[in-house]
Design a protein. Sequence first.
Length: 231
Amino acid sequence: MPRNRATEHTARAARWLDVLRRQFPELVRELAPGSPGSSAPSRDPLTPQALRLLAERDREDRADREWVLGGGAAPLRLHVSDALRDVTDGVVELEEAVRDRLGLGRARRAPVPERLGRIAGLLDRVAEHPVLAAHVLDECRRMARRCGSVLGETEVLVRVEGRCPWCDSVSLRALPARRAVLCVNPGCRCADEDCGCSHDPAHRHAWTETAWGQLPLDPAAIAGPVDREAL
């Protein structure tokens, strides 16, 4: 992978890191139903006995999470708890992988937002290692999408100039977070029998980034608007 491509990857990773630093505190607030910023309906707090049972069931994960988040005994919402654990573990593992590849020592323990800041501070050096740069981008994007899904954020559709090669309509749209282009024409069908659009009316044919060359467009013309929206 060329060095300039690695630099593009780290520039995009920096944007995803900013998104993660915004999302993570919101995800923490989602842990406690009825707390400020939570989208869940309020409910009565758990009794001390229920809290003790919950703590016994989830003791190890809870201990690790309390270190990262700074403590707290709010009742957990399991889908949010799972996302927090995934993102927390992912950030720790990503920082360790970056520091190991760069020949740095093991990082000291710290809350997730601080770790994200430390990773961001190493991106200039990460850009010197193309494979690592691609990995950092993939992980940052994956974790931000996981947070966004739990927080109920809707992915933006970006209009792509040009016509669909299958239906010839101006119906191409890009999903920046997924780095994919799809045709939103409900009547569009491709020639690939294995594609879901051939048998599912709700399915839309899509091209991942590696398949953008199959479109009658300059891939750079797709990447420009996609990168601007992939925040």
